[in-house]
Design a protein around this ligand. Structure first.
Ligand SMILES: Cc1cc2nc3c(=O)[nH]c(=O)nc-3n(C[C@H](O)[C@H](O)[C@H](O)COP(=O)(O)OP(=O)(O)OC[C@H]3O[C@@H](n4cnc5c(N)ncnc54)[C@H](O)[C@@H]3O)c2cc1C
Length: 315
């Protein structure tokens, strides 16, 4: 067993937050932690990836400025052969889905995606992920051997981001992987959203319990007064009442605010998948049997409009 290799993710010259979360997960497994940064000019990114608890940063100069899945795969095959890690950790993101399954297939090793808990058990890693639309959680035993590491993609926002500067050795190398089969045409920004609910500390989240489209505005105003960011369950997005950027859940965003105030949300498994790791969950629902109460630290069986009226007097 020779440690964990974290694949740094970056976009437009900036390390993505998931990189720091991967470092935390790697540290929790124990043993040496290496971070590999693959970029045309990796040095500045490698310095950013030199976080507390990281033993080595591999700054690999390869490919172009833009992400190229085949370049990542080829570089990682080389690094795995050289460093023999027991596990390769990457974020469960669009980029890593472009190379990680192929890497695992090429190495003939185990693979798991969308993992939200990871532990070491003897010579194996045990990865927890959901199946059947989050109705079932399963633990997968992933055998590891130096040189044939388990390739594991971790769900973003589950682990706390690693903080603090590290003392790692930064090793610079250039890898000639040949020309990419991919051809970069242009960078298209994701549609600009007015909000990033994944970074909010306080989410006021509304569900179908608010009844009518006309009521959205009332809760939006209330959220603003309370210093909260408004988020929603999926039916409000499906109905076209709110943009998908505000949707919490399996097919929306995974959030981890300090406080999650759920108003008129039943707590379907697909919704819980996106918010149950929140710091403090407060649920308000007229149905005492609502599943949301199963994950809430505080709950009130109450009409959301009655609550809104009281809060409007306070704020
Ligand atoms: C593949 C798949 C992916 C999905 N992804 C997501 C996802 O990402 N996010 C998501 O949210 N859902 C998702 N869903 C949908 C999910 O299954 C539920 O249908 C959805 O979460 C229900 O939203 P809700 O709780 O707002 O509505 P409901 O389930 O209709 O619940 C409304 C709640 O409001 C309460 N209520 C009603 N009136 C009041 C009142 N006046 N005061 C207080 N409480 C009141 C009711 O008691 C009820 O509990 C997905 C489904 C599938 C199949």
């Amino acid at each position: 067993m020779s440690g964990v290799l974290v694949v740094a993710e970056h976009l437009q010259g900036k390390l993505r937050d998931v990189t720091r979360e991967l470092v935390t997960a790697a540290r929790e497994l124990g043993g040496p932690v290496s971070v590999v940064v693959i970029a045309r000019e990796p040095r500045p990114l490698a310095e950013g990836a030199n976080l507390e608890g990281v033993d080595e940063v591999l700054a690999v100069s390869a490919g172009r400025d833009e992400f190229e899945n085949d370049v990542y795969q080829a570089v990682l095959e080389g690094i795995v052969a050289e460093k023999s890690p027991e596990a390769v950790l990457a974020g469960f993101t669009v980029s890593s889905m472009g190379y990680a399954p192929a890497l695992a297939a090429k190495l003939g090793t185990s693979f798991a995606s969308d993992v939200f808990a990871l532990a070491r058990e003897g010579e194996a890693l045990v990865a927890t992920r959901a199946f059947y639309g989050s109705k079932v959680h399963a633990e997968l035993e992933l055998p590891t051997k130096p040189g044939t590491p388990a390739v594991v993609l971790l769900r973003p926002t589950v682990w706390a981001p690693a903080e603090g500067a590290g003392q790692a050795v930064i090793t610079e190398t250039t890898v000639d992987v040949g020309p990419s089969r991919a051809r970069h045409l242009e960078f298209v920004e994701a549609p600009v959203s007015d909000v990033d609910i994944t970074t909010a500390d306080f989410l006021l989240s509304i569900g179908r319990g608010i009844g009518e489209r006309e009521n959205v505005e009332r809760f939006a105003r209330l959220a603003e007064k309370m210093g909260a960011t408004l988020s929603v369950s999926r039916p409000l997005v499906d109905a076209g009442w709110m943009p998908s950027a505000r949707q919490v859940g399996q097919s929306g965003k995974t959030v981890k605010p300090k406080v999650y105030l759920a108003l008129g949300i039943s707590g379907a498994v697909q919704h819980l998948a996106g918010m149950k790791s929140s710091g403090t969950i407060i649920a308000v629902n007229t149905d005492p049997e609502a599943a949301i109460f199963g994950v809430a630290q505080y709950g009130a069986v109450l009409d959301v409009f009655e609550l809104a009226g009281e809060l409007e007097k306070l704020y």
